[in-house]
Design a protein around this ligand. Sequence first.
Ligand code: FAD
Length: 398
Amino acid sequence: MSGARDGAPDCDVLIAGAGLVGLALAPALAELGLTVALADRAPVAAPPDPDGDADWDSRVYAIGPGSATFLRAVGAWQLLPPERIAAVERMRVAGDDGATLEFSAYDVGERALAWIVEERALRAALVPRVHAAGVAILAPRSFATLAWTPQAGTLHFDDGTAVTARLVVAADGLHSWVRSAAGMVATVRPYGQTAVVANFACEHAHHGRARQWFRGDGGILAWLPLPGRRISIVWSAPEALAGELRQLDPAALAARVADAGGHALGALQCITPAAAFPLAFMRLPSTIAHRLALAGDAAHGVHPLAGQGVNLGFGDAEALAAVLRERGPVADAGSASLLERYARRRVEPVRAMQAVTDGLWRLFGAAAPWARTARNLGMAAVDRLPLAKRLLAHSALR
Ligand SMILES: Cc1cc2nc3c(=O)[nH]c(=O)nc-3n(C[C@H](O)[C@H](O)[C@H](O)COP(=O)(O)OP(=O)(O)OC[C@H]3O[C@@H](n4cnc5c(N)ncnc54)[C@H](O)[C@@H]3O)c2cc1C
């Protein structure tokens, strides 16, 4: 790709960042007949198959039914091995004073509230779709500079190559280089928590039930079902506790996690090393600029307590593809009117999800005794109101 020399676009859309969102967006756009390039500093390659039934990725995602439908349309969902996916059929949420809320897929007329899928399985399903759709892969290449003309954006790589596109999509994650290079300033607020993730074998069957505990220390512990007698955990812990958890040997970590969950599944045995992710809230005044659209974590940062970050990102990808599909006589994929349409479609669902996740984090982080009573009474009340519960569950089903 060398159009940068004369300023003529090499392609309609350049997607900068081949995380799950960039990987899903690329085939969705290429199938509309647009020419698409995908760039990343890491190679865009399918990960190796798991080394047998004992080998599990500690990065897993709760994929909502809406995202599953989008991934099916992209041709990736059907490539996921069924034996590596677990359906979340029920979910039990516990407050720090004994109150509980129970959600069930049956109550909202769905087969599952979400599907737990390993990151590597998602990548292994998406990468072949990117290749099959004829997307130009520019990876591994590091981003160096970004320049704009009225007609296009040009991304220069540090190996001296460049690519010019009518539309640049920043899908390069929470600390987006493209976003900064375009001069867009984000409000980033660290949550003061680090998510510790790991997988465990459990003594008792989980029966497809996810569990989540809002803890008295402001932390949130989630147990997500994996196939068989296994779970994956996300423990969003205050920094000091997260540091302590990461120092524990596997047996001590398993005992600590089992204890924190009231031994709900009997004894646990750690089957993957723990990994840690610092957590931050991130919001932008706008997710578009001249010939630029942001998608995925580059556009929004949410607390993982609702397991919605990548679901929001898939929602961005689906919305951008829909806007470009419906563009009619507007041939230019980077035109301002199309970008405004994209931004308008995403503002409400993203703001709503940020309000819910941030609100829950604040409510359960408040230490005052009245706050503790109020949140637990609130949970118990919602649990007795089928309509309110259904509304809450539906809002999380994306
Ligand atoms: C502990 C934890 C649990 C989570 N669980 C869930 C869940 O259950 N469900 C859910 O929906 N979400 C979940 N999330 C959120 C989810 O992980 C993110 O929303 C999602 O990974 C964002 O994907 P992305 O493609 O936007 O960005 P990323 O995955 O960050 O990908 C960005 C890509 O851009 C590339 N890149 C970045 N900078 C550059 C550069 N300068 N040059 C070249 N390339 C670059 C990177 O190599 C990478 O490939 C969780 C998050 C955490 C921390």
